[in-house]
Design a protein around this ligand. Structure first.
Ligand code: FHN
Length: 692
């Protein structure tokens, strides 16, 4: 589900691109002496970085009392009072910390940048800050972690970068307090003064350590907003125009899928977390950050280490979509990397030594989907190298590239073959399938993680893509417009509606195809009268609208009840859910001050003007569900940032029972419901359509 959201957010982002050009809106940022592409170039070339979560939380190593599943959030998840947590500061003495070892392991693994937590949510600083004593300068160890690591990174050609949390559970001016911190007064707390502290520390970090990336996080609580994010982004621009800033400086990343969902959003790259988007988005920079086991900070009890093959497949998958992979290490309290992590870094480095050329400096695949693996691409003068990463060699040992019009410049070879002369028999462009390349790969040369086969083609890739069939829905009442298109230049789409495969003589798609009966559309791309893509199929079904119910519902608006809950998803059984308050809502909204750990239930009737297929778009932070006529129409459940999910249902003219449930955990909150008739844009469901 999330992946679709990712894709939708990513596509929304692509539409927002002009505004997103990574320049701030509002007050114009000072003219940066370099443009976005110049700033991002080293980062795009890098493709692979090391994330390091290290701080006082490494001392308890994930255990507090009987529970041993904590991580870097232990101060909150174990509800440790501040004075108790501060006892870790005099225990900070990582005598085995060796920046040289860390930087050389990152470099040997093929990681071109390293992002370390200068300050995580607990507020503890890994440098000797002039702004606070809550830092390494006031510990028995006393050494400046950032300085030593910055210098070691410089020696090893690894770009030093910093993660900096906006959320701060230590500073007295940071709000909100943790919900369980009843004893920590908020008297005198001044968030504007905290923002000044934040700016002062960011200035210290940039002026003293010159990070290549300022990786903000902890931006989701109600006290942070776009205006504050904009000021922080512009501060970073002024301090160092070459420094890259992620999208979490602002408030629009929309949860773990990490892609901005607003045209006002600032930030140089998008930040999906613990997941890889279904596709990349041309022209949008993004980086998936992921743990190596299940925790960011050190947890001595976490044995869920991902295999080296999984980690490499993540790297390859991400690079094949045009993204970067930020792989996390949680060092131990003594300053060493966990042995399980060291082993994986070493194995990744061994693969990168032979195949790093297929990752660094590459761009996204030119193929939509390869059943046996992934593809990365690099232009090299008059030719282009296609790096075919084989995860699972087909039974017949043949790799097939379909829809490619280019001629092969030289026979393929195994990238890991030091001689680079190992040729494999191949068929390129046989008569019956003129745009197909087939390569026979010998099984005895396969790499246990991923085998890279290099196909060098002439010129830039010309790939014939299958058509895309789009419509408002796959159901309709009276009729529906279906749009057929292909991204391939100088090609046409031919289609049928009787289920037969399209031929050069089939109808050409020129404008929308209007359907009035249930049918299956089959389409393919044609070039010079020859089919050059696979056939794509979609079925559209004529449906009967749900009959209205005939209650008397004179009142405008919906009934609502408000509940105190501790949900992470909407329970199926909601009997016995006691209401804190109730009333009539003129619109479906979270309200001006929705609060935390709260749920709202709206119920009543939806007044539908005429029998049609209606699409609904439910946007919420956190989870929500929409039922009409007792049928689940939109499921946008779960803990997430502001995300939209769509659904559709055919409704007869009249009144239909409607129920909507929404909940908020903490931080940001959002709720809205829009509807659209076929071919029309989404609009807010008017109060006049809400009855009770
Ligand atoms: O709350 C943090 C978490 O501790 C960790 O730092 C991740 C990694 O980016 N970011 C936040 C969760 O989204």
């Amino acid at each position: 589900m999330l992946r679709q959201a990712t894709l939708r957010s990513a596509l929304l982002l692509a539409a927002l691109l002009p505004a997103l050009g990574c320049r701030s809106t509002g007050t114009a940022a000072p003219a940066a002496p370099m443009d976005q592409d110049q700033r991002m170039d080293w980062w795009r070339q890098a493709r692979f970085g090391m994330f390091i979560h290290w701080g006082l939380y490494a001392i308890p190593a994930g255990k507090w009392g009987a529970k041993d599943s904590h991580g870097e959030w232990i101060r909150t998840t174990a509800e440790i009072p501040l004075d108790e947590y501060e006892k870790f500061q005099p225990q900070w003495n990582p005598t085995k910390f060796d920046a040289e070892a860390w930087a050389s392991m990152a470099a040997a693994a093929g990681m071109k940048y390293l992002v370390i937590t200068s300050k995580h949510h607990d507020g503890f600083c890994l440098w000797d800050s002039a702004q606070t004593d809550w830092d390494v300068g006031n510990t028995p160890h006393g050494r400046d972690i950032l300085r030593e690591l910055k210098d070691a990174c410089d020696r090893h050609g690894v770009k030093f970068c910093t993660y900096h949390s906006i959320m701060d559970w230590h500073h007295p001016d940071y709000l909100p307090r943790r919900a369980w911190e009843k004893d920590r007064s908020t008297d005198g707390a001044d968030f504007d003064r905290f923002e000044k502290y934040l700016h002062a520390q960011v200035t210290e970090i940039v002026q003293n350590y010159h990070p290549g990336v300022m990786w903000f996080d902890g931006e989701w609580e109600s006290t942070w907003n776009h205006e504050r994010g904009l000021r922080l982004y512009e501060l970073c621009r002024r301090l160092d125009p070459a420094m890259i800033v992620n999208n979490r400086v602002d408030v629009h990343r929309g949860g773990m899928q990490g892609f901005a969902n607003s045209s006002e959003a600032v930030g140089d790259f998008q930040t999906p977390e613990q997941e890889i988007p279904a596709t990349g988005v041309p022209g949008v920079d993004w980086e998936s950050c992921m743990t190596m086991n299940s925790h960011w900070g050190w947890n001595a009890y976490d044995t869920q280490w991902k295999s080296t093959t999984t980690l490499l497949h993540n790297l390859i998958d991400i690079a094949s979509k045009g993204g970067n992979y930020l792989l996390n290490i949680g060092p131990r309290a003594d300053g060493t990397f966990p042995p399980d992590a060291v082993q994986r870094l070493r194995e990744i480095g061994a693969w990168m030594d032979k195949n790093g050329e297929a990752i660094r400096g590459t761009t996204a695949s030119v193929f939509d989907d390869l059943s046996w693996g992934r593809c990365t691409v690099r232009r090299e003068g008059a030719t282009t190298k296609l790096f075919l990463h084989v995860f699972e060699l087909p039974a017949d040992g043949i790799l097939e590239l379909r829809g490619i019009a280019n001629h092969v410049a030289r026979p393929p070879y195994l990238l890991a073959d030091p001689r680079k002369q190992y040729y494999m028999p191949m068929s390129a462009g046989s008569y019956d399938e003129p745009n197909t390349i087939r390569i026979q790969v010998p099984r005895n040369d396969l790499d246990p993680h991923a085998t890279v086969v290099v196909v060098e083609i002439e010129g830039v890739p010309v790939i014939y893509k299958a058509p895309v069939i789009t419509a408002d829905s796959e159901q309709f009442v009276g009729g529906i417009d279906v749009h057929l298109s292909t991204p391939t230049a100088n090609a046409s789409v031919r289609y049928t509606t009787d289920g037969s495969p399209p031929s050069p003589q089939a109808a050409a798609a020129v404008g929308p195809v209007h359907l009035t009966t249930t049918c299956t559309v089959k389409a393919a791309t044609f070039h010079d009268g020859v089919q050059v893509s696979d056939v794509v199929t979609r079925t559209f079904t004529k449906v009967t609208p749900l009959p209205p119910v005939e209650p008397v519902a004179p009142g405008e608006g919906l009934l609502f009840t408000r509940h105190a809950v501790n949900w992470r998803s909407i329970p199926d059984d909601r009997r016995g859910l006691s209401a804190e308050s109730a009333g009539v809502a003129a619109e479906i909204t979270a309200g001006a001050a929705p609060g935390e750990h709260v749920a709202l239930r709206f119920s009543g009737f939806l007044k539908v003007p005429e029998g049609e297929l209606y699409r609904f778009r439910l946007t919420s932070d956190d989870g929500s569900k929409l039922w009409i006529g007792g049928r689940l129409v939109v499921d946008n459940d779960g803990p997430h940032g502001s995300e939209a999910k769509d659904g559709a249902i055919a409704l007869g003219a009249g009144l239909h029972p409607i129920e909507l449930i929404w909940f908020n955990i903490t931080g940001g909150a959002a709720l809205s419901l829009q509807w659209a008739r076929p071919g029309a844009a989404f609009e807010k469901v008017p109060t006049s359509a809400l009855r009770h």
